[in-house]
Structure formats: structure tokens, C-alpha cells
Design a binder for this molecule. Sequence first.
Ligand code: PRX
Length: 706
Amino acid sequence: MTLEDESDVAVSEAQIAVHWREEELYFPPAAFVGQANASDPAIFERFKEENFPECYREYADLLTWDQYWHTTLDTSNAPFWKWFVGGKLNVSYNCVDRHLATQRNKAALIWVPEPEEEQTQAITYQELYRRVNEFAALLRDFGGVQTGDRVTFHLPMVPELPVSMLACARLGVIHSQVFGGFSGSACGGRIADSQSRILVTMDGYYRNGELIDHKAKADEAVARAREEGVEVERVLVWRRHPGQYASESPMVEGRDFFVDELLAEYRDQIVEPVSMPAEAPLFLMYTSGTTGKPKGAQHSTGGYLAYVAGTSKYYQDIHPDDTYWCFADIGWITGHSYIVYGPLALGTTSVMYEGVPTYPDPGRPWRIAERLGVNIFHTAPTTIRMLRKVGPDEPNKYNYHFKHMTTVGEPIEPEVWRWYRDVVGKGEAVIVDTWWQTENGGFLGSTLPALQPMKPGSCGPGVLGVFPVIYDEHGEEVSAGSGRAGNICIRNPWPGIFQTIWGQPERFLDIYYRKYCRDEKSTDWHDWPYFAGDGAMQAADGYFRILGRVDDVINVAGHRLGTKELESAALTVDKVAEAAAVPVMDDLRGRAVEMYVSLKPGYEAGTDIEHEVALAIENEIGKIARPKNVWVVPDMPKTRSGKIMRRVTAGISNFTDVGDVTTLANPEIVEKIRIQVHAAKMASGQLPRELTAAELEEIKGFGHAD
Ligand code: PRX
């Protein structure tokens, strides 16, 4: 770094004092406490630091092991932690077979199709057992997959997705589900990275009243994977309506097959669950980071399942006779852990919904809750904000009762939290705000619902056996109640932690551990704090308030989009010379993306280029990433060494003070861009709104990971 650069480095989170009002505490209703899985404070004793790591036996003991483990935590190859070493188990057996003895014909999954006139499907544990076995037989005998192979899914929210996951788990095959809303190209990149020979997809699905053609994306995915040197041999296509094809895209002879047709041959087949070592990988989940290429977070079998079962039991308060609805997408880690694996490991009924929250009207979620008797509800702030905006009184019209509600994925504004509690929860439910990440497998920060009060906007303290700490840039601890923010880290490993980035162990070390490692040769976990990439502050009572990413990831409606990924998508447009992605505050989605692009010589700005850039991003990543605005600017604000100053463009997009720009190489451009962008925003009704202290700090700090 040059000296000139140093003066441009934005203030780090750790130096920022963020001021806000301390929120009051809310206590759980007595009826909840009376029935809670964790209602005895002795649980804190059992999980205190001196009992680590053996405390996690309690989670592992929720599972059925084929062979018990001999070492709870092996740190010999730090920080590639191994949990429950020597143990063997099968995830599909734990989530399905073992429940047959006592609850064979209880619903495991209840699937609600988006069209309201279409019948809800209740899939019993027995039926799930059949479907999983049949698809496992097909994958093994027709697909030719073997233990340890990877299979990519690009599936929407249909029961075929958990069936496919559990079929892979039964065989010890590693699944990699790509969010259904992502583009074919994004899927292809992930196929190539994981070297999957099989893609499992669906012809179509309903979204906002429309039957979307999804199979077309499979063709793009296969083409993209081929460009990256990986040949997909089989595309297995589930049909939304078996027997009818919902896509315009032709089936490729010898490559594409309808699963419903193939399954006829596997009817009633039983596949013995493969007994897997606890530390064998169970699945990959790709997520965005600082660099362009998504990283495949590799999750384990024993540690992961134990962790999601334990946290589902104590934090989600799931009992076998609950009707639990996590309104999230399974293409997201939340869905893996808290729609499929955690709830099914505990033998409860897990509800899945295909469509959007407001279809056909904003009363839909509450009708589903009433009709099915849902008593635990789990969703993201973006959904809560949307439902609050378009149907603030809708919940009152329906007769459902939640004992427990969850929020996950983004910071929730205290006003939105209060609406969630008072209107959605009718004042009867406890709320857990759960902070964690794709890489973590399960919750890291939350409250034990019967034992720790709720505080709007704060996730709570570290969960059982997880010991967070806030460090400043120099590795000094930022103390609770200091009013200062810093980088939240976890001091210790926990069973749900991902094992590595698929195929990139060095990158794993670099991103998550190098920053605060005390001694790279050490095999003592105390020397290896996990760097989460979030800014946070801790109140005097120990509760954490998460401020957002510190690594240039933009969290749009709970989806992590890396600035580099967005920028490389924009750069696929030939005319674009440079691109910078920044977040803009959005009342519904939390953050939206704005793109700044400058053009190669000889090209003129115009709406056609704006469209091309937006389309390129949609094609490369998916609709979710579509920018709110594309600004074609004469030049980017840059440091003298040529670095694009994203905090300046972020400030302009959010109408905030851009700070000192006099040391830039081209300070005059800032005012030009500001006038251009602000005039266009005002003309289209995108008016400035007041930002909270935390939002202001996020904008000021944006881009400091450069
Ligand atoms: O910035 C944090 C935010 O979402 C990021 C993780 O995103 P992802 O890997 O997609 O996983 C989301 C679901 C687990 C975090 O780094 N985040 C997640 N939960 C919260 C949150 N921010 C504030 N409060 C939360 N409860």
C-alpha cells in the first residue's frame, strides 16, 4: 500500500462509535416457558466454557449413531476442526428411518403449492422414506453416483428438493443445491467448481401466479460448466406436474431424463443407508465473498447434524408434535438447517411453501398458518417488512397462534420487530433473532427463548457453547458496553462450523482465520478465532447488535452478493471499462444494488447500456441481483494509485456525506457524479430518507476491504 492510499482508507468499524437508544427488554409469555425444551438455567452450567468441547455431547446424543465417537473435538490440523471423530452415522437414517417406529404416518413435510386451489401435500415419514429410497436407488443405479461424488441441484421450493437431499445423504453423496432463483450460468459455475456430473432440476414452478420455465436454465448451466471444463452427463428433470412438461426447452436425447418416468423402475426399492464417518462432507453451499468466485462452504455429516438438531431443539423449541414453518428457501443455508435437517432430525412436521409471501394477497402466509395449525414461524426481516408494508392488519383476520417466531438473515429494525411481535405474534409468541452465516451450519448469536429476554434489533449473546468476541483492527478486544463497534469473531470451534472451502483450503485459512490467528503452528483452538466478516457491537448486558458485513458483500433481501461478482458480471458487457457496485438502503429488501459503470472510449452513455448491464447481472447471477439503478458515469472516483473509491459512490447513492475527497486523483468527478445521480433520483421519485447511525456507518465504511 502506498502512503497516498493510507489517507484514503476508510475508518474501520472498530474506530467508529455508534450511538443508538438502548431498547427495552421483553420477557417470554408464561405459557411458552411452561412447555419450553430449555427452561432450566442449569443448561448454562452444562455449556459453560470449562465444559467445552464435551458439552456438545448433548447435541450429538440427540442422534442415532452406528458407531459412537472416541474424540469429541480433534484440533490436530487446526483450524480444520474435526468433530465426533471415530463416530459413524447416516443423515437420512436419522431424519427419516428412525422415526418410523413411533410416527410412521405422521406428516414429515407439508408442502403448500403457490396456487391456492392446488391441494396441499402432507408427506408422512413413511411416504418420505419411500420417496427417498426410490430416488436414492435411481441416483445410484441410473446416475451411477458413488459415495463422495457431488451432485448439483437447481430446484425450487418443492418436496422433491428435500427428497433429493436425503437421497444423496443416504448414499453418502455430497449435494450442492443452487438457489432456484439464480441464473443457469451461476448454476453452471457451481457445477464446474464442485465437478458434478449430474444436475437435478425441475421443468417449472410457480412464482407470483406464473408457471416459470426453469428447465431452460439447465441448458445454460450445462453450457457454462462445459466452458469451465466440466461435462454434465445426466440432467434429471423432476416435473412440477408429473406427466406434463412445463418447459419450452427441448429434452436432450441421452442427457435429459424425466425423473417421474425413471422412477417407475425403482418403485418400492430400498437402499441401505451408508454409514458415514462423522467428518465426511454432507453438502456444499456456495456463498459470496470478497473475490468474484463463489466459494463452496463444505459442511460435515456428524457435527453439522448434531448442531442443527441441538439448536432446533433449544432455540427453535421444536417438539415432535409442533407444526413448524420456516418460511425461507431451501436454496439458502437456513432452509438446509432449519427446514430440512434440524426439524426432521427431531421428527417434527416441517412446512414448505412454494411461492411468494404476497400471492395472491398479503393474507396468504396467515391463511397457511391458520389452515395448517402452524405454531412455530420462522422468516427473514425482508419478508416481515414486505408483509408489514402491504398488509399491516392482515394477521388480525386469521385465527392462528404462534408460540415462537424467528428472524434471520439481516439486522431487523426495532419498529419492524415490534410489529412482528405485536401483530404477527399477537403478543403471544417469543421471538428469537438468530445471527449466523452460510459457513456456520447453525445459529451463533441468539437468545434461549424461555431463559433470556428479547431485545429488539439485537440477536442476543453467543448461543450455547459459542463464545463470541469483538476485536478491533489490531486484535484488541472491544469490551462490552464500550459503545464501540468492531469485528465480531468466535473464539472457539463449534460442531456446525464448515470444514473448508471446497477445494480451496488456503482461501479458507485466509478469509476466516489468518486475520486474528495468534500462532499458525498452534493446534490449540484458543489461538484460532473465527473471523465472521460482520461488524458488531456488544451492549453491557452481553447482547450483540450486528451492523452488517465488513467485506464488501451486499445483503439483498437476505442474499449475499459480492461486489466483485456483480462487477465482473457488469464487465461482461463489452462496452464497459470499469464497474463499481454499492449498496443503497431499501425499505423492503434491506439493501439494493446500484452499479456505477464507465465506458470504453468511443461509446456513449444511454439507456441501452444501462439495460445491457442490468441484464448481464441478471444472466450471470440471477434476478435477485438486478441493480436498482445503473449509472453510466464519465469516470470513477479513484485514489492516486487507481483504486475505485466505492465509499464515495456509496455515499452519493445514499445521499450521505462523501467525506474528504481532496486526496483523490480526480476529485472533480465526485461533484459531477453527484449532480447526475441526484438529479436522476429526484426526477424518478427516489427521494433521500433519513438513515440510522448504523446505516450511516455502513456507507462510510463501504469498500474498506479493498
Ligand atoms: O451480515 C450477517 C447477516 O447475514 C450474513 C450471512 O448471510 P448468509 O451466509 O446468507 O446466511 C444468512 C442466514 C444464516 C451475516 O454475515 N445476518 C444473518 N443473520 C443476521 C444477520 N445480520 C443481523 N442479524 C441477524 N440475525
